[in-house]
Design a protein around this ligand. Structure first.
Ligand SMILES: *[C@@H]1O[C@H](CO)[C@@H](O)[C@H](O)[C@H]1NC(C)=O
Ligand SMILES: [Zn+2]
Length: 783
């Protein structure tokens, strides 16, 4: 079946989840190895991942993230058990042949970490780290106002958090990769301790007061801090204010109570989301069109002598129905059931929004959106609004055109089948005709493409592309890791002559196994920073993925989509390796959350460039690269129906924005349905409470949904402006290193972008890419 795996048009990779939860030290750089299909599929892969940069920040209010999971994105554990061992030895990394390799015999100036912890070690080391950090804060809190300086307060705190994270992050990581249940459990418990301690730290009024005193003293002394130091001061103070520490006691207590309730409401919402288990039932006749292998997975039962199939609302069950069920009545009924499935969450959302309005008011922000975006690149609710309006206006003509084409398909089909046709395009028609359109216009066979992407070719080639582009070398080193499959690399500057050329460590844990994190994500386990003794602490990034396994008659093969995912994730690895900042909290991917995906999203473009595709592909039998014809089809598939896709994204983003900017409550069910019709150009049926399933809104993406598209705009701009002319040119790679990767979060993202682009960013490249490449115009004529 061509493109059977496709769930929605473009390949929107996940926004990384920078979890700035009440002081918890986490930056996530993760994503589901699947198409992102909007909130209705949920947040799979949008996981908070260990990282650094303990931003003691109070945005999502103790979101301790019960997984909003989807079976669609996880491999079933049983299938993992049969895995052949030592897959990782499938390929060798041959760096020695390079003319400019690293001098042999160099030893990294920082030893690789140990991975031999016992469960007791994990618990003990975590507790010790917490104790140390608490003592440090106690000591700082005892300073007399006149003793508060940049060094005694800000620098001391920055060093404390860097050391704390360097100990606790790797310990929290075991839970996602260790084969030992004991270690995983201990690691999980350790993370809870760390999180609780984060909450405690974020609420320390005494420490906050020393920060204020230090700031005052710095100003009075006329001392000039460098830009990054000043940023540290500003950010640390802002965190305290955002946590409510600058408020009078009564209001502070009020805020605390509101936040507590808010976190409970959000938890309950997600719990309902996770535990939802409704079904919708159809006869075999009604399911006509749905592939037999999908139907065989539905639960069959007999009711009043009639055979019925129960279909859950989970993606792998119900999405094929939306895509393939020929009977529009079936699709409509399934859709209504789907939209209604979390009606139980409606009052919870009402309450959460109410609480957020109150919190924002207490903290003196006009709206919750203003509060949330203050620490994002976009800066204000108004910024989001302008961004979304601009894009909607640009995309609408494209969406209208695509809708016309799909409606034409519908009309023709209804005529041929003698079905009534009312001239409307409904939401339950969207996936069905999107799929039909792709099959008819592209005839691209996913499984054929896959034969050209053996893991053993793709992975080394991608590493080689990155190494050449960014001027670094991966040297595989033997040593302790958390599992025998894992490969460890010392990363050096190209041509390094001495230990100054050391960049950091990278681990690749690429193949599935039982109890391992089941998507693809990067854990930036250690940050780089300037130590107090003047030496540098070097970063470490770990890529965890689940690449395909071989079968008896085929080597491990990757879908094109997997190739894109891998390339994307490696982009995060290099962001984590090639940053050089003074403070750990600004290192690498510790940038604003609405920017953090942009670099990796930009890098995805390499996987759509014909010459790169040719370089990366090699048929597993013939060893031939992809043909020009197949490459052309792959490239075309990227932009199919993108107008409708992004309008749908804009609908989610606008709903998210509106509910977080309006001063008063409203009927959110009506709002959901009306906005959907108005923006995404599809008609709904009965007004269902779809907002009850909008998990993002309680999952840390509140007033943040726009970020998915926002960072894509920068990605497109960066690519078109700088790299498009020669994506493999090391000079451009160096420019990217200097302007984007190196500064990390140590300055405003906009400044990095301006430097890289040579001007302010804009959305032209993004819209041009969609319009210039949308195949719908051309294909429409042939329908
Ligand atoms: C790591 O594993 C723990 C425990 O299973 C889970 O709660 C957490 O979300 C996982 N991290 C990621 C990034 O998925
Ligand atoms: Zn990502």
């Amino acid at each position: 079946m061509s493109l059977a795996a496709r769930t929605g048009p473009p390949r929107l990779r996940h926004l990384t989840h920078k979890r700035t939860v009440l002081g918890l030290s986490t930056v996530a750089v993760g994503l589901a190895a699947a198409h992102y299909a909007g909130p209705l599929t949920n947040l799979a892969g949008c996981r908070s991942i260990a990282g650094y940069g303990r931003l003691r920040e109070v945005t999502p209010f103790l979101w301790n993230g019960p997984r909003l999971s989807s079976r669609a994105f996880s491999s079933s554990p049983s299938s993992l058990l049969s895995l052949t061992p030592s897959l990782s030895k499938l390929f060798k990394f041959d760096t020695a042949s390079s003319s400019q390799s690293v001098m042999p015999g160099l030893t990294p100036p920082q030893p690789a970490p140990k991975w031999s912890h016992t469960a007791e070690d994990i618990t003990r080391l975590t507790k010790e780290a917490i104790e140390h950090d608490r003592e440090l804060q106690d000591r700082i809190a005892k300073l007399k106002p006149e003793e508060c300086t940049f060094e005694s307060v800000f620098l001391a705190l920055a060093e404390g958090e860097a050391k704390f994270d360097a100990i606790t992050e790797p310990l929290s990581f075991y839970q996602n990769v260790s084969a030992s249940k004991e270690l995983r459990d201990a690691s999980n418990e350790a993370e809870v301790l760390v999180r609780d301690f984060g909450v405690e730290s974020s609420m320390r009024l005494d420490v906050f007061e020393t920060k204020l005193a230090a700031e005052k003293n710095i100003k009075a002394s006329g001392r000039k801090l460098n830009a990054e130091e000043q940023r540290l001061v500003d950010k640390m103070i802002l965190e305290g204010k955002r946590a409510g520490l600058a408020l009078p006691e009564k209001e502070r207590d009020e805020l605390k109570a509101l936040k507590k309730e808010l976190s409970q409401v959000c938890l309950e919402f997600s719990k309902n989301f996770n535990e939802e288990n409704g079904v919708v039932s159809f006869t075999l006749e009604e399911l006509k069109g749905v592939p037999a292998d999908v139907v065989s997975g539905y639960t069959k039962r007999t009711e009043n002598g009639k055979e019925l199939y129960d279909i859950t609302h989970k993606t792998p069950d119900i999405f094929p129905l939306f895509k393939y069920a020929e009977n529009p009545e079936t699709r409509r009924r399934a859709h209504e059931s789907y939209d209604d499935r979390l009606a139980i969450n409606v009052p919870l959302l009402d309450r959460a929004l109410e609480l957020r309005r109150k919190c924002a008011a207490l903290l003196r922000y006009k709206t919750w959106a203003d509060f949330v975006t203050e620490v994002k690149m976009i800066k204000s609710g108004k910024g989001i609004e302008d961004f979304l309006n601009d894009l909607e206006q640009k995309l609408r003509p494209l969406g209208v055109k695509e809708r016309e084409i799909l409606l034409g398909l519908k009309q023709a089909e209804h005529k041929a089948k003698n079905l009534p046709f009312d001239g409307e395009f409904y939401i339950w028609d969207y996936r069905y005709y999107d799929r039909k359109f792709i099959e008819e216009s592209l005839a691209l066979d996913d499984s054929l493409v896959k034969e050209y992407f053996p893991v053993s070719v793709v992975v080394p080639t991608i590493l080689e592309i990155y190494q050449n582009l960014l001027g670094v070398r991966f040297e595989e080193v033997k040593g302790e890791t958390w599992h025998p499959d894992v490969q460890m690399f010392a990363v050096w500057e190209n041509g390094a002559k001495d230990e100054n050329g050391f960049v950091g460590y990278c681990y690749l844990d690429l193949f599935p196994r039982a109890s391992k994190y089941s998507h693809a994500a990067v854990w930036p386990l250690l940050p780089g920073y300037q130590r107090a003794d003047g030496k540098r602490s070097y970063p470490l990034a770990a890529m965890v993925a689940n690449l395909a396994k071989p079968t008896p008659d085929r080597p491990a093969l990757m879908r094109h989509d997997d190739v894109v995912t891998f390339f994307h994730e490696m982009g995060h690895v290099f962001h984590g390796l090639l940053s050089r900042t003074q403070f750990a909290r600004f290192h690498g991917t510790s940038v604003a959350r609405d920017f953090v995906e942009a670099p990796s999203q930009m890098l995805e473009n390499w996987c759509w460039e014909p010459r790169v595709l040719e370089k990366m592909s090699s048929h597993f039998e013939t060893k031939q690269p992809l043909s020009a014809d197949l490459i052309d089809k792959i490239v075309k598939s990227r932009y199919v129906n993108v107008g409708l896709f992004y309008l749908r994204q804009l609908f989610f983003a606008k709903f998210d924005l509106k509910v977080h900017t309006d001063q008063d409550a409203t009927d959110y069910t009506a709002l959901w349905n009306n906005l959907r019709t108005a923006i995404s150009l599809v008609k709904g049926g009965k007004q269902g409470p779809g907002q009850g399933s909008f998990g993002h809104i309680v999952g840390g993406y509140d007033a943040g949904y726009y970020g998915y598209t926002y960072s894509l705009v920068f990605a497109a701009d960066m690519y078109a402006t700088v790299f498009k002319k020669d994506p493999l040119d090391p000079k451009l790679g160096q420019r990217y290193r200097d302007s984007i990767l190196q500064p990390g979060g140590s300055r405003e993202e906009l400044d990095s972008l301006k430097e890289f682009l040579g001007r302010l960013p804009n959305s032209d490249a993004f819209t041009k890419e969609l319009f210039g490449n949308a195949p719908s115009g051309g294909v429409g004529a042939s329908l």
